[in-house]
Ligand binder design. Structure first.
Ligand SMILES: [Zn+2]
Length: 333
């Protein structure tokens, strides 16, 4: 496992070659899905830049260890803090001033700027100045879900690496061999991860993630046969969680979307491709009770709800509309 990172071999090899040649960029941009492993790779890159061992990062030397712990004096991380919606101008201003100082002990001063799309416009413009006139020993590493969410002038100044979903087999093998998961469990998590290795590793260490998913799928199965009131009850429960735990609501809707998608696959005889492998018995039971278009209608409804929630439409309203609009089974059992 080079660099201690699961997957992303191509990016790691390219970066390793560049560092060896001394062709280090002043700014890197890593993009890819949420929890695909961007910040893990960013941290490993910071280690590789400041490690003196023959094949950096060694992950053992003082520098590598300090960086992993977040206490290296020349490596600083900027990310969105709890309760804040934007990274401020002042933070970027501080970064810019501090960047003028020489490194304390490393070869490079490295600034990790995680989820760079969350920058305020003024902060982004200020950051551009650092990117335009980078002090010699400064390396900025930005991560973002999508380069299109950033100013084009920022993207054009960065060495841009797109992280692809990590193959399911690679995640599964890691979970079995390195994390000692039972084959069944490893297979389920690797499948559900959809290439997001960060999610897979979280799910492997925190069983509550899978329990939560199972509970939300149980909600879904229950509301299919429930009346209007039952659907509104589930909607209200989700809406109440939206303000404090928005991510769990998003995960619930995504789990439902994948379930409906799976239902269409089973109806089309493509059972091998289903994502929710542990739901196969339920999917089989339900497949005959819904018409062939039910899956795609449901997916559209739920994706609309996700969009609406992210655009700050009233959560209760968005969820009511989505849940009431979900297909109902035909009368036959
Ligand atoms: Zn090292």
């Amino acid at each position: 496992m080079p660099w201690g990172v699961v997957g992303h071999q191509a990016a790691i090899e390219a970066l390793g070659r560049e560092i060896k040649r001394g062709a280090v960029s002043h700014a890197y941009l890593l993009t890819g899905l949420a929890r695909i492993g961007k910040s893990t790779l960013a941290l490993a890159l910071a280690q590789a830049l400041n490690c003196d061992e023959p094949s950096p990062p060694c992950r053992q030397c003082r520098s590598c260890r300090l960086i992993a712990r977040g206490t290296h004096p020349d490596v600083r991380t900027y990310e969105l803090r709890e309760g804040k919606s934007k990274i401020s101008f002042k933070e970027v201003d501080d970064l810019q001033r501090e960047a003028q100082l020489r490194p304390f002990e490393g070869r490079y001063k490295v600034y990790l700027i995680l989820d760079a799309e969350l920058f305020s416009a003024t902060a982004a413009n200020q950051l551009l100045k650092t990117l335009e006139e980078p002090p010699a020993s400064v390396v900025l590493i930005l991560t973002a879900s999508d380069a299109e969410a950033l100013l084009p002038t920022i993207v054009s100044r960065c060495r841009h690496l797109r992280l692809r979903p990590v193959p399911e087999a690679e995640i599964r093998q890691h979970l079995e061999a390195e994390r000692q998961l039972e084959p069944e469990q490893a297979r389920l998590i690797a499948r559900l991860a959809g290439g997001r290795v960060g999610w897979a590793l979280d799910a492997a260490t925190d069983p509550s993630l899978l329990d939560e998913r199972a509970a939300r799928l149980a909600d879904l199965r229950q509301l299919l046969d429930g009346d209007r009131l039952a659907r509104l009850r589930v909607s209200r429960a989700l809406a109440e969680r939206w303000s404090a735990k928005a991510d769990t609501v998003r995960e619930a809707l995504r789990a439902w979307i994948s379930w409906w998608h799976d239902l269409s696959l089973v109806q089309a005889g493509l059972e091998e491709q289903v994502l929710n492998v542990d739901e196969r018995p339920a999917l089989h039971r339900e497949a005959g009770r819904f018409d062939q278009m039910a899956g795609s209608r449901a997916v559209r409804r739920l994706e609309q709800a996700l969009d609406d929630l992210d655009r700050n439409v009233n959560a209760r309203l968005a969820l009511d509309v989505a849940l009431l609009g979900l297909p109902a089974p035909s009368a036959r059992p």
